[in-house]
Ligand binder design. Structure first.
Ligand code: FAD
Length: 818
């Protein structure tokens, strides 16, 4: 009999560990007991789902393949220790390996009463939804004063105790054997028909039609319109296919689309209930076959790319354009990473286009401030360009032009100034001049390259996301980052590129000289995948969804809460940084992460509520008072919000609402109904809903309106305004800072070589996108990351191809005109 012994304590000298080790040794002839340490697992964090990691998957397999589980708990404050509690939370979240598993609870502690209270509590916990073990009753083994009960070899001293423990184990083995014998499948019966059910998805309800025959689920038809394109598709494809193939509801949710997955599973369960069937029987059935294949899959390509986000797909498309072969490894079921979540604007100075748009009041003040800046404040390497910019601004202001000014030099200087920061240790950081200049000189070419590939940009509007500091955003007509990912994925697939989804890169392969010659990966069926390549490009994104890693490196924020939300995809956990450092890559700027000030307070999402360009932001704290210049950079806004209790509100009226780029009237109404967005016909009423003094909010808005009229904000110095708050209904969107971007990463040069600590390129290895550091330094401007990933994705491919052919080509496509 195979049993798993769960060590329910994080302490080094925990008696429960000694007890389980003793059982493992002493009763080896009766059961093979494998120990599982709860302290090896991270603390439970719902917003950072790690269920898919190897650590968790191995634990689940171990438990599922066992005949029973023994949980040995210590006691802490009369209940189970936090390490065990956290482990159980993970097991009830997305994994459910305890379902129908025979379980025995035992306990040991240094306290006189043993872990009796913890054991009682653990039984109650095991009744919670999502766990579902069959716990053996009245067979409690409790060991008090445990420090005195073992000898130096870790063996129980007292024979009576050993005998009692042996009889408990014997009972459990009998219990588990009987269970194995009776665990026969129950049959289901349905009233045949087509059942239409409203499913709850990520963005609201969607309709699911379930066709049932007498004893089978025959078809599941989903109306997919309302869910997020590019994120939900794998759930729409996979969950119904697995339900139908296995005739089971015991199906794993799809990572990154868990709401949609659960929505589908719940809707099929509802349909079964409506037909008179019992969905619980289907929930207890085995999972569908994973079809594991033992032999590794091997590939040979010119360029292997890790990560199918914007940078990776750009590198793949560029490789294919050069008639070379490309293979992309993607750990998630769908392509897109953080790029598919992006708001869309790509920063690129295009002065001829920008001239069509009128300057906004206040923009000239920002330019004048550059003229007034002392050159000594500017780092030496940027000074020539700064002087050049001052000349451009002077010409523009002297010419009394009323159009929107821009130049690639202005973009460069804003990127540099926007990223110049000092951390808590007094360490100054600013963007590497060569990287910044490469970005700003080539961003427009990247936009043109995307347009040639088929991305349609809305040229009727020049826009900027929060913290961009200037209007130079090129926004696609299709929604959000999906526009880029759709076009790039299609290009790659249609031109012979391979994208292996659900295939996680685990190791870079090197030859005897340390040159990178390929990647090792593992796919969803556990099969090893080996890609031999002339060059490898790391494009695995940053580490914003890995709170522990952000905390570990942080030198910028005074405190980062363990349960801080993130705007990132759960896939963004710093794998590329680990892969690179394992072959000697150096890191740069790792202590600097960016918080998105205007995130959803619960989910961390960016695009709920009413998100407008910052000219129309009015941020008020929980008292109803403004607290910052809303046109500031993201870190300034996030710090100000944290100082004001983190939670704050974006106030909008009916006209400001129309400038939002993220929503529709229907979505807003749903959020108002759900209580996640506040709406009222009067500002006073809105204030009351927010528990604010109405006179304070009204006074704040009156003042703000007067500043818009005067083009001058004497309180916080906001200098770019658009609309006043005048027209009912009025809205308040609750917001809170969440981890958004990690500026640090692998050290690269302008040709995207990954560098080691001696600034030498690691042969065969390149990096692009958020996985790389040095460019955005201490703070990234909104809209600069998309420019970065498309520019450096192209550069990485060009360099990789050139060097794998041993031909030195110029990897950049030349500066664009100012
Ligand atoms: C909500 C949101 C909105 C944003 N809006 C904007 C915006 O409007 N403008 C802007 O400029 N920037 C924006 N950003 C930032 C920008 O989207 C990201 O910085 C950028 O998309 C990162 O691109 P990337 O290609 O480097 O990584 P990603 O797009 O994150 O892709 C990395 C990919 O690598 C995969 N991966 C990771 N590890 C492995 C592994 N071991 N094996 C295989 N695959 C792996 C991941 O699954 C992922 O698909 C936004 C970010 C977020 C989260």
């Amino acid at each position: 009999m195979k049993l798993v012994g769960i060590v329910g304590s994080a302490k080094d000298n925990a008696p429960v560990r000694t007890l389980l080790k003793f059982m493992q040794k002493h009763f080896a002839d009766q059961a093979e007991i494998t120990l599982l340490e709860t302290r090896d697992f991270p603390m439970f964090n719902e917003s950072n789902d790690q269920s898919e990691t190897e650590l968790f998957q191995n634990a689940v397999t171990l438990i599922e393949e066992s005949d029973g589980v023994i949980i040995a708990t210590d006691e802490q404050n009369r209940t189970i220790p936090s390490a065990l509690n956290s482990f159980i939370d993970w097991m009830s979240f997305n994994l459910h390996p305890f379902e129908q598993k025979p379980m025995m609870i035992i306990g040991a502690s240094e306290d006189m009463n043993g872990a009796a209270s913890a054991q009682i509590h653990l039984r109650e916990i095991m009744d919670a939804p999502g766990l579902g073990p069959i716990v053996l009753g009245a067979n409690e083994f409790v060991l008090g004063n445990a420090q005195d009960k073992f000898d130096a070899n870790g063996d129980l001293i007292d024979q009576g105790t050993i005998d009692f423990l042996g009889s408990c184990l014997k009972n459990f083995i009998k219990f588990a054997s009987i269970h194995a014998g009776i665990a026969v499948e129950e049959n289901v019966e349905f009233e045949p028909g087509v059942y239409e059910v409203d499913a709850k998805g990520h963005n609201g309800d969607f309709k699911v039609k379930v066709t049932l025959s007498k004893d089978r689920i025959e078809d599941i038809d989903i109306d997919t319109k309302s869910e997020t394109k590019g994120i939900s598709e794998p759930a729409f494809e996979r969950i119904p296919a697995q339900i139908l193939a296995g005739q089971t509801l015991n199906v794993d949710v799809v990572s990154g689309a868990s709401d949609t997955s659960n929505g589908i599973l719940d809707s099929v369960a509802t349909a079964i209930k409506q037909s008179g069937g019992d969905p619980d029987i289907l929930k207890k059935r085995p999972k569908p076959d994973a079809n594991a294949v033992a032999l590794p899959q091997e590939y040979n390509v010119d360029v292997a790319i890790v990560g199918a986000g914007g940078a990776g797909l750009t590198a793949a498309a560029s490789t294919l354009q050069a008639n070379k072969t490309a293979l992309v490894l993607e750990k998630f079921p769908s392509t897109g990473g953080n790029t598919v979540r992006a708001g869309g604007p790509v920063n690129a100075a295009d002065p001829e286009w920008q001239k069509q748009f009128a300057a906004l009041p206040g923009e000239a003040d920002t330019l004048k401030a550059i003229l007034d800046t002392d050159l000594n404040e500017i780092d030496v390497e940027y000074r020539d360009d700064f002087v050049k910019l001052q000349g451009q601004i002077k010409d523009y202001l002297d010419g009394k032009h009323d159009y929107l000014f821009d130049s690639s030099t202005w973009h460069e200087i804003q990127t540099y100034l926007g990223g110049k920061r000092v951390d808590l240790n007094g360490q100054e950081i600013h963007g590497n001049y060569d990287l910044v200049k490469t970005l700003t000189d080539n961003a427009l070419d990247s936009v043109k390259w995307l347009a040639d590939l088929g991305v349609e940009f809305d040229m009727s509007e020049v826009t900027m996301p929060v913290g961009a500091k200037w209007r130079r955003g090129h926004k696609p007509t299709e929604p959000l980052g999906f526009a880029f990912i759709r076009v790039l994925s299609e290009f790659v697939k249609n031109n012979g590129g391979q994208i292996l989804t659900e295939t996680r890169a685990t190791k870079l392969l090197t030859d005897e000289n340390g040159k990178v010659v390929g990647v090792k990966a593992r796919n969803a069926s556990g099969q090893e995948v080996i890609v031999h390549a002339k060059a490898v490009i790391l494009a695995a994104g940053g580490f914003g969804a890995n709170t522990k890693m952000v905390q570990k490196y942080n030198t910028y924020w005074e405190d980062i809460d363990d349960d801080i939300a993130t705007t990132n995809s759960p896939a963004i956990t710093g794998d590329g940084i680990e892969l690179g450092t394992a072959v000697g890559a150096d890191l740069v700027g790792m202590g600097f992460s960016q918080m998105m000030p205007v995130s959803d307070p619960v989910t961390g999402e960016l695009f709920t509520g009413i998100q407008t360009p910052p000219a129309n932001f009015i941020m008020v704290n929980q008292e109803g008072k403004r607290f910052v210049n809303e046109y500031e950079g993201r870190d300034v806004l996030a710090k100000a919000a944290i100082k004001n209790g983190s939670l704050f509100y974006l106030i909008a009226d009916n006209e400001i609402k129309k400038t939002a780029y993220n929503t529709s009237e229907e979505k807003l109404e749903e959020q108002v109904k759900a209580g996640t967005l506040y709406k009222d016909d009067t500002l006073e009423g809105l204030a009351k809903q927010l528990n604010m003094d109405p006179s304070v909010l009204v006074d704040t808005i009156n003042k703000y309106n007067s500043y818009v009229d005067a083009d001058h904000d004497p309180e916080f110095g906001k200098n770019v305004f658009d609309l006043k708050v005048l027209h009912a209904p009025f809205y308040a969107t609750p917001r809170k800072p969440a981890i958004h971007h990690t500026m640090g990463g692998l050290k690269i040069d302008t040709k995207a070589h990954v560098l080691d600590a001696q600034n030498q390129a690691i042969k065969g290895l390149y990096a692009a996108g958020e996985v790389a550091g040095g460019l955005h330094a201490g703070n990234r401007l909104g809209g600069n990351s998309l420019a970065d990933i498309f520019t450096f994705g192209r550069i990485a491919a060009k360099t990789a191809i050139a060097e794998s052919q041993s031909v030195e080509l110029d990897a950049t496509s030349g500066p664009s005109e100012d």
